[in-house]
Design a binder for this molecule. Structure first.
Ligand code: DGJ
Length: 569
């Protein structure tokens, strides 16, 4: 039944939005029916990644030292910056030795690489531009805040800036294309966290001249064509102001700095589109851009204004169609919410940066299961813990083992991601006429840490429906109960010892509704084989399933369970 519902939903979505993009041969990315799929050599590949700290790929000795550790951490991919100021220290003279070193070390440690072009912009600023570029501010003008204050942000409106940045970018990619003979390089990030700070938009004379031209018709035509899929924010602002097809930015979208942000987003995205076309002309790899989030109640210019943010996705898509993915960098609260905002009918989810911590393990299970994510990558990974017992290290090992199954189930609507913490402890999943109630493991009273004031750790899992009434559950710190939807209305009456609580509500016992019930036929710990089949490790029953009432994985365990259900009356 769940299969039929999922297929029906997929058909409905497909009739509204049909985005299909396929790139590359060795490395390919397709995005179809809300499912992003990265393949390497024809096989599905999910990035179990980590991004190096900003300065960690600037010396061959550091690269040599760091990469073996990444392998020990079970990464399959490392995200590595490429610094314009080291690539082109003198104008027109290039040095790609660090880039070659990265590819060599990745190869010998069995890692793939995603390269990040730290070119004209890095976290809004232009600190990675070479000295010769910075000093010649007349030729390479800076953006200005509204009062005329010059910022160390190269102006996106300068043809000279684009010329210099894109020339180095293209030379570098041409070199990568020649050197990367075995598709070690998976994807390319263009710039890093683009965005205006201090002001919502560039107020320099060249920027102002562009602003005065008003909203381009390409943008309003795009909004009209994609009206049904627009972010509600931009749709509301456009509608409120009469859905004009042209006019000054603040007339078309409203008289505030958010319209200035739209203007700036359009122009950053147009710049990036030109970079993306250059890239595509020399190398066949998926391209993406990353964004710093607009969190903590900040306004445009307080946060980096106009980057590839969720509320600006339509502007970015209109102006930069060659870019494959708009990607969030997640450092603030709201992980589940941000991931949902970035997995849309027109954008696959990829998390190139996330704050490093023990919770990365469960975040990885969640985004792959819930959003068919292309991958996840904690930041400053080389500083992480490489002990085989560390959660992320264990999670990456488990996810690598699961990869054949994940590849098979991507996009079929048969995977669910679970993510719990102290604030979010339950998820109820409707699966046809069955209800699966998944909880944080600490909702069970058995572990003293559940009630002794300890902070509940983030826990999570991937749940895969491998066949009707048959599931694979892989992860940590979760407990799952399977019931008929008719049954769930009855109260839960068991004490922690498994007996009825004194005075328990027994309405369902006294007058049963006559329906059938679901039981656990078996719960086995298994290994997943390279062909996606499972190999028996041990059986869990008795106390380990609360005498057949649930399937669970403790908070200190990382396991794969094979759960078979049956019905009885
Ligand atoms: C996000 C940036 O993209 C990274 O390069 C880095 O600066 C982190 N923030 C914070 O350290």
């Amino acid at each position: 039944m769940k299969y039929i519902l999922r297929i029906l939903m997929a058909v409905i979505v497909l009739s509204v939005v049909c985005v299909e993009r396929i790139y590359g041969e060795e490395v390919s990315l397709s995005y179809k029916e809300n499912v992003g799929r990265l393949t390497v050599g024809g096989r599905p590949f999910v990035i179990l990644g980590g991004e190096l700290g900003n300065s960690s790929a600037s010396s061959p000795a550091d690269i040599e030292r760091i990469f073996p550790k990444l392998r020990r951490m079970n990464l399959n991919t490392v995200l590595v910056p490429v610094y314009w100021n080291l690539v082109e220290p003198e104008e027109g003279k290039y040095d790609f030795s660090l880039v070659d070193k990265v590819i060599d070390e990745a190869r010998s440690n069995g890692l793939k690489v995603v390269f990040l072009w730290f070119g004209a912009w890095k976290n809004s600023m232009s600190c990675y531009a070479p000295g010769w570029f910075k000093a010649d501010y007349k030729k390479y003008p800076r953006a200005q805040a509204e009062g005329g204050k010059p910022l160390e942000i190269a102006s996106a409106f300068s043809e000279n800036v684009f010329e210099a940045d894109s020339r180095a970018f293209t030379e570098w990619l041409r070199h990568v294309d020649g050197y990367d003979t075995d598709a070690t390089v998976l994807m390319i990030q263009i710039e890093n966290e683009i965005g205006m700070l201090e002001s919502a938009r560039d107020h320099s004379p060249i920027a102002q001249a562009e602003y005065d031209k008003g909203v381009p018709s390409e943008l309003t035509e795009f909004l009209k064509k994609h009206k049904k899929e627009l972010h509600p924010g931009i749709l509301a602002r456009w509608q409120k102001n009469g859905m004009k097809m042209s006019g000054p930015w603040r007339d078309v979208f409203g008289d505030d700095i958010y319209s200035d942000e739209y203007f700036m987003a359009w122009n950053y995205a147009r710049y990036v589109e030109r970079m993306a076309r250059k890239a595509r002309s020399v190398i066949d790899r998926p391209l993406y851009v990353n964004a710093a989030m607009n969190s903590r109640g900040r306004k445009p210019g307080e946060y980096p204004s106009a980057g590839p943010l969720a509320h600006l996705k339509d502007i970015w898509h209109a102006a930069a169609p060659t870019v494959d993915v708009l990607a969030p960098d997640l450092y603030d609260k709201g992980f589940v919410d941000w991931t949902a905002q970035y997995h849309t009918a027109d954008n696959p989810l990829f998390i190139p940066e996330i704050r490093q911590g023990r919770e990365n393990a469960t975040q990885a299970f969640y985004v792959i299961g819930e959003h068919d994510a292309l991958g996840i990558s904690p930041f400053s990974i080389e500083k992480g813990n490489d002990s085989p017992d560390y959660p992320t290290v264990r999670a990456y090992a488990l996810l690598s083992e699961l990869m054949p199954l994940i590849g098979r189930h991507q996009g079929r609507g048969t995977m669910t991601g679970l993510y719990f913490d102290a604030d979010s402890t339950e998820r109820v999943i409707k699966a046809g006429d069955m209800v699966i109630t998944a909880n944080h493991y600490f909702t069970l009273p058995w572990d003293p840490r559940a009630t002794d004031g300890s902070t509940w750790p983030a826990t999570g899992a991937i749940l895969i429906e491998v066949a009707p009434m048959e599931y694979i559950l892989a992860g940590t710190g979760v407990v799952l109960k399977f019931e008929k939807d008719t049954e769930r209305s009855s109260a839960q009456t068991l004490g922690e010892d498994g007996f009825l609580n004194s005075g328990a509500d027994r309405r369902d016992v006294k007058s049963w509704n006559g329906g059938s019930r679901i039981g656990l036929a078996s719960v086995d710990e298994v290994d997943v084989m390279p062909d996606g089949g499972v190999k028996y490790v041990r059986r869990f029953c008795g106390d380990e399933t609360h005498q057949g009432r649930h399937a669970r994985i403790g908070v200190d365990d990382f396991k794969i369970l094979h759960i078979r259900l049956y019905q009885y009356k």
